[in-house]
Design a binder for this molecule. Structure first.
Ligand code: FAD
Length: 305
């Protein structure tokens, strides 16, 4: 090979200094086995010192107790900062007040405030509870009035499917920030262009709060399609996963590489805060953080004799 055709010596992840901050999202477990898997993931990821770890709230409020139990256990048994997801679905303002009072009493200070979707069985459009909050901005204002929570909200680089326009969706995000949210976390995406364009538009609309990219390693293509809403799934991504439906091992490795590549391109564009949808598994998220140069603050057993 001549010098002219030889590839340059620039490993993609060669000199990433790890000057990033990460947060991790989990879902509340349904069974004892899933509970063990969740705690294994939390234990493995905790040394990466996430700025917070959040626990989702099932569609229609179906995991109210489980979300609370998981968040309360994180608060009680770890040094991590827990964040509880909460939605407006199927609850009156009074019921939401009870839930958040319990969080406040358990020492939880961070809420991810969402409108939520109706349970799949109910299908279709979100209908507010007759005595409930009508949208996430309304919920943020209600939470802030009750306790001085640190609040995160959702953002959609490729526009929420219910929005009448991209501008209306951005106005809605601004209302959530103005109501007291201190950051937004995005729906997952695969186009760095879509994310950076969204950041530019948000800034132009006067939104200065951080907008953390939500990173989703692909574990199942069918699930990604189901959850994608308006998120474009590029043809190249689909072809990366071609033939891997029945091969979970290689699929997980390819997913980690694809997500790490997305993160590296975001990093090169100046992003330093990353939110990972872990799906209660540590390996992929840990590997991506490792490639971004992040190292554990304390390695369990390292100093053991
Ligand atoms: C990071 C993240 C975490 C999530 N976690 C969960 C979870 O734990 N549990 C869960 O059930 N779901 C969760 N979701 C999904 C979320 O609940 C859905 O996407 C839901 O459809 C919208 O919630 P929102 O908080 O963005 O709603 P909102 O911000 O209220 O907006 C929803 C849509 O309605 C429009 N809209 C809002 N108010 C008005 C108005 N007054 N007039 C006209 N249009 C309006 C907005 O433009 C937007 O298009 C999460 C999403 C993200 C991105």
């Amino acid at each position: 090979m001549t010098a002219a055709t030889r590839p340059a010596e620039h490993p993609l992840f060669g000199e990433v200094p790890g000057d990033i901050s990460v947060s991790f999202e989990f879902f509340p477990p349904k069974t004892e086995k899933m509970e063990a898997q969740l705690w294994d993931a939390i234990t493995q990821l905790a040394p990466l010192s996430p700025s917070f770890v959040s626990v989702t709230y099932g569609a229609g409020g179906s995991t109210r107790e489980r979300t609370h139990a998981t968040v309360a256990r994180i608060a009680r048994e770890t040094d991590l900062v827990p964040a509880a997801h909460l939605t407006c679905v199927g609850a009156s303002k009074g019921e939401i007040a009870e839930i958040v009072d319990q969080y406040w009493e358990a020492g939880v200070r961070h809420i991810v405030a969402l409108r939520g979707d109706p349970p799949p069985a109910d299908g279709g459009k979100f209908v507010p509870h007759p005595e409930g909050y009508t949208c996430a901005a309304d919920l943020v204002a209600g939470l802030k009035a009750r306790h001085d929570f640190d609040i995160s909200v959702a953002a959609y680089p490729e526009v929420h499917p219910d929005a009448v326009s991209a501008e209306a969706d951005l106005d809605n995000l601004k209302r959530k920030i103005d109501a007291g949210a201190s950051r937004a976390i995005t729906q997952f995406f695969f186009s760095t262009d879509a994310y950076f364009r969204f950041l530019d538009k948000a800034l132009a609309a006067g939104i200065t709060a951080p907008i953390l990219p939500g990173i989703m390693p692909v574990t199942s293509f069918a699930a990604i399609r189901r959850m994608s809403g308006n998120t474009e799934i590029p043809v190249w991504l689909e072809s990366m996963f071609e033939g891997l439906d029945e091969r979970p091992g290689p699929r997980a490795l390819v997913a980690a590489v694809a997500a790490a590549d997305l993160c590296k391109r975001l990093y090169d564009g100046g992003v330093r805060d990353f939110h990972f949808y872990t799906l209660n598994k540590a390996e992929q998220t840990y590997a991506i953080c490792q490639l971004l140069g992040l190292r554990p603050k304390s390695i369990p057993g390292e100093n053991a004799a």
